[in-house]
Write a protein that binds this ligand. Structure first.
Ligand code: 13P
Length: 264
């Protein structure tokens, strides 16, 4: 049985005082929710604050991206070891905003993925099609190319390492990110199943274990239906992760799929 996972992606939001309020509320409302995993991916300048508040809680934290190099003259970049130094256990890779706004490619996602697992970070690889690709019926072609670019560069050893670290896939249709438009549970399930089948081509056991989370306008009001789908193992939440009540409601829904000990 896969444990549900809910990841909050704060994107470029927050300040020291709002972060503190948000995190303190999350700590309080999730402290008894033991049946799913919770992560917040915060802007780099707040990783230190996040670590101070979240250590010894059941909420993990991570970066929103990472550079593939260990160190050097790469102004503005952050290395995998800088993230682990700050206690990160997760890192988002290949987010659509990185691909679209910062022109990151499949190749660079592959290099970052490799660097992340070498440093012991659990990679959350984001894949998903744009509206034009969706309308042209290219969803599976795009998702497959984004996955294959990373999987093809992984040696068997690298693949095993990624599995040891519980690598995560996030399906985020670009047309559903920040638009208030969510994929229907059936649409999400179809793509999640496709992703799982594609992993099975490499390793069937891994495919049954890997968590595939959905992102794109996830809210408390649509989380139950999405998380009810057999191949949807939780959510990657943008806007709603900035609101403690809304985000913890989503986390509680993820928790309650396997539990009855977290009051909702
Ligand atoms: P929204 O939940 O705001 O649509 O953002 C989704 C996302 O991009 C999470 O990474």
């Amino acid at each position: 049985m896969r444990r549900n996972l809910v990841v909050g992606n704060w994107k470029m939001h927050g300040n020291i005082s709002s972060n503190q309020m948000l995190l303190e509320q999350l700590i309080e409302s999730l402290k008894d929710c033991k049946n799913a995993d919770y992560v917040v991916c915060v802007p780099n300048p707040y990783l230190h604050q996040t670590r101070s508040l979240l250590q010894k809680t059941n909420i993990a934290w991570g970066g929103q991206n990472v550079n593939q190099f260990e160190e050097g003259a790469f102004t503005g970049a952050v290395s995998p070891h800088m993230l682990t130094d700050l206690g990160c256990s997760y890192v988002l890779l290949g987010h659509s905003e990185r691909r679209v706004l910062f022109h990151e490619t499949n190749l660079s996602a592959a290099a970052r993925f490799d660097a992340a697992i070498k440093a012991g970070l659990t990679p959350i690889l984001c894949v998903g099609e744009t509206l034009a690709e969706h309308d042209a019926g290219l969803t599976e072609v795009i998702v497959a190319s984004q996955m294959d670019a990373v999987m093809a560069t992984l040696s068997d050893e690298g693949f095993a390492r990624a599995m040891q670290l519980n690598m995560v896939f996030a399906y985020e249709p670009v047309w559903a990110v920040g638009t208030g438009k969510t994929a229907t549970p059936e649409q999400a399930q179809e793509v999640h199943q496709f992703i799982r089948q594609r992993i099975a081509r490499r390793n069937t056991e891994a495919a049954s274990k890997v968590r595939i989370i959905y992102g794109g306008s996830v809210k408390a009001q649509n989380a139950t239906q999405l998380f009810n789908m057999p191949d949807v193992d939780g959510g990657l939440v943008g806007g709603a992760s900035l609101n403690a009540e809304e985000f913890s409601a989503i986390c509680r829904i993820a928790n309650s799929h396997t539990s009855s000990n977290c009051l909702s």
